[in-house]
Design a protein. Structure first.
Length: 202
């Protein structure tokens, strides 16, 4: 028979072990459901819009958008570098592209567009070229793989010039869904750099 003096200690030990087990289960479950770049890429690769009807297409694109929104900025860049995005994008209609871009554009980027619009042209130019240089450095160091398997600028010179001269907000509002998708990684990089104070740092 257990000594009555030890019963409180045994009860405390049982409670402690139970709490530890519950915490372990919670951590394991959270890790299982946590979205990662690898899970995002797998979801994109498993998606074939041409085999889905209109309702199923819309549902699947909403799901993919929600998954993308769960990723950290670094994971978003890694996930979108996968070539399967190009295939999926070609399968989307213009309306689907537009809806997907709007659904997955971080709110901080939209605020950055407004702030950028108020800058003089020389600061716009520096901000765009600085962000592009940062993306190039990330790619060259292996932090961000090239998005199409080739060495090229994150955004071509024509689009860069339009961003600088018209301002990002105007440029973005007047762009096609295809262009918005092309410049989204750059806009997110600019927002991240602005947030940590590096966008205009020389």
């Amino acid at each position: 028979m257990t000594n009555p003096r030890y019963k409180p200690l045994l009860a405390a030990a049982v409670i402690l072990v139970t709490a530890w087990l519950l915490a372990w289960v919670v951590v394991r479950v959270a890790a299982h459901y946590k979205m990662t770049a690898e899970k995002m890429i797998a979801a994109v690769r498993a998606t074939d819009l041409e085999k889905l009807n209109a309702e199923a297409r819309a549902k699947r694109l909403r799901e993919l958008g929600d998954k993308l929104n769960q990723l950290t900025p670094d994971e978003r860049r890694h996930a979108r570098a996968d070539l399967e995005w190009n295939r999926l994008w070609r399968q989307m209609t213009d309306a689907e592209k537009s809806a997907f871009v709007e659904r997955t554009m971080p709110s901080g980027v939209k605020q950055m567009l407004t702030s950028f619009e108020k800058l003089p042209e020389d600061k716009r130019r520096y901000a765009v070229t600085n962000a592009i240089a940062q993306m190039r450095a990330q790619r060259e160091s292996g932090q961000m793989p090239p998005d199409d398997g080739r060495e090229r600028e994150p955004v071509n010179e024509e689009l860069q010039a339009k961003m600088i001269t018209t301002g990002l907000k105007t440029f973005y509002s007047e762009s096609s869904a295809q262009t918005k998708a092309e410049v989204a990684p750059l806009l997110e990089e600019m927002q991240r750099m602005m947030q940590n104070g590096r966008l205009f740092r020389r």
